[in-house]
Ligand binder design. Structure first.
Ligand code: GLN
Length: 496
């Protein structure tokens, strides 16, 4: 009944049809999460109360009307450790917040709970979501379930690994510069970064507030649509959320791409800079789209080449400001002093922050503080903001010629643990294909299509106009049907 091929939509159906109880579903995932975590390290915290909560739901199956209001009733989800969860430790994978138990839920978490979902646990990530490999976590690196010597991607690596290894049926991630899409690609699952403003950021640990968005990470496109429907929409607690209507994406899925104009982003399609298996996968996707009657439109956006520079200036600047709140006084890690004589307030802050933050976070704070300081602001932060604006204009212009844009998610499949950890430039360049989507406030989806010659998953990215998530889901749905990644390879991971 429940196995590693079970999707979120399957779980919902099985509960609804009374084939399984909520507690059985929870037990199934809890057992896998507990058994596999020592090798994968996808969970930072498992919710001890979840089985009790599930048992209480066993005898109160909703009626038809309630189902519509609670479409995720009884489904246990994994939540990236960036989201505040009331009464459940939320660490951002940092020593700084290692003991932090939030007194409230993030808006998306409370919406999931209102929809009937349970929280199975909190998932591993790069510290404060800064990274592309989930190797900077204070709680230890996470591993790729397809090959334990490889990274799961990042920063939402725990979410991707947990879903791929069926430690939970679906998860939430956050994406500031690619952190949902890149790990989804590395782990062979679906991940969507919604349009900026689609999903509330209230209660999400802030990294770079003008770029951060939350989104689902799932086995199928339909599963992603179902979760995004629940978490999207206006929230008075986040002034940047949009009042744009939230469509029923899952009911409108349409795999027919006939007549669709697909822009092919030339700057990222240069075969010489792509891994050969990634290039081949893109060729296959292009051939499929052509065969199905879509028209492929070559488009050029020269500014995307500056995406990584612009992103790291802006994201680090915002991070340096957002992370100023962790001083060890109001909350956050507090250093142990033997005595306080001669300890100035400055030394106190400095010790708390030196001990609380890891190396990658410190280097971003320093970079960001430098960019924002008098004398450098105009040359760095302001200039980067101007290029960002031009980049958005260029994208919007390109969308006059096409409906969606096809590109790689990353130039390679997953890389080996440790391979890039001490080479920040290599690590940052890894984000070249994803960061522009955040800078321009667009939406992007990563959909798995095939395995590399080494047996590692490969996905492709579709980029959409602001608030046109439906086109992304439809393109993903078309590839899912044609390439059948999920059906073909769903038996690859049970050996874990
Ligand atoms: N890898 C990028 C970074 O390190 C993106 C991270 C993210 O999207 N949270 O900043």
């Amino acid at each position: 009944m429940l196995d590693t091929g079970t999707t979120l939509s399957d779980v919902i159906r099985l509960i609804k049809e009374r084939v399984v109880k909520v507690s059985e579903v929870t037990q199934f995932y809890l057992e896998r999460a507990t058994r596999l975590n020592p090798s994968i390290n996808a969970f930072i915290t498992v919710n001890d109360a979840v089985l009790d909560q599930a048992q209480k739901m066993d005898d109160q199956l909703p009626n038809q009307e309630q189902w519509e209001k609670q479409p995720l009733w009884g489904v246990p989800l994994g939540i990236k450790d960036m989201f505040c969860t009331k009464g459940l430790r939320t660490t951002a994978a940092s020593r700084m917040l290692a003991q932090f138990v939030p007194p409230y839920d993030a808006t998306v978490v409370s919406r999931l709970k209102q929809a009937g979902a349970l929280i199975l646990g909190k998932l591993n990530q790069d510290e404060f979501a800064m990274g592309s490999s989930t190797e900077t976590s204070y709680f230890g690196q996470c591993r790729n379930p397809w090959h334990l010597e490889y990274v799961p991607g990042g920063s939402s690596g725990g979410s991707a690994a947990a879903v791929a290894a069926s430690m939970c049926p679906a998860a939430l991630g956050t994406d500031t510069g690619g952190s949902i899409r890149q790990p989804a690609h590395f782990c062979g699952i679906v991940g969507i970064k919604p349009t900026y403003g689609r999903v509330s950021r209230f209660g999400i640990v802030a990294f770079a507030s003008s770029l951060d968005q939350a989104g689902p990470m799932t086995k199928t496109v339909e599963d992603a649509a179902r979760i995004l429907e629940v978490i999207s929409g206006l929230d008075i607690k986040d002034q940047t959320t949009s009042s744009e209507k939230v469509p029923s994406w899952s009911n409108n899925l349409n795999p027919n791409v006939r007549g669709l104009r697909v822009g092919v982003l030339q700057e990222f399609m240069d075969k010489s800079s792509l891994n050969i298996d990634v290039a081949r996968a893109l060729e296959e996707v292009e051939a499929f789209l052509r065969k199905e009657g879509a028209s492929l439109v070559p488009i050029s956006l020269p500014l995307v080449k500056h995406g990584v520079s612009v992103y790291y200036l802006i994201a680090s600047s915002e991070a340096s400001s957002n992370l100023a709140r962790y001083d060890g006084v109001r909350y956050g890690h507090r250093a142990q002093f033997d005595h306080f004589s001669g300890v100035t307030l400055e030394r106190f802050y400095s010790r708390n922050r030196s001990e609380g933050f890891g190396a990658e976070v410190k280097s971003r704070i320093m970079l960001g503080t430098y960019c924002l300081s008098a004398g450098y602001y105009d040359a760095y932060y302001k200039k980067a903001s101007q290029v960002r604006r031009l980049l958005r204009d260029d994208f919007l212009k390109a969308f006059q010629q096409c409906d969606v844009i096809l590109s790689p998610v990353s130039t390679t499949p997953a890389f080996r643990l440790g391979e890039r950890l001490h080479d920040p430039l290599q690590m940052y360049l890894n984000d070249i294909c994803t960061v522009s989507v955040n800078l321009a406030g667009l939406c992007g989806i990563s959909v798995p299509v095939t395995l590399s010659s080494q047996g590692l998953p490969i996905g492709v990215q579709f980029i959409g106009k602001p608030f046109d998530e439906q086109s992304l889901f439809n393109c993903g749905f078309a590839l899912e049907k044609a390439f059948a990644f999920y059906r073909r390879f769903k038996n690859e991971l049970p050996r874990l």
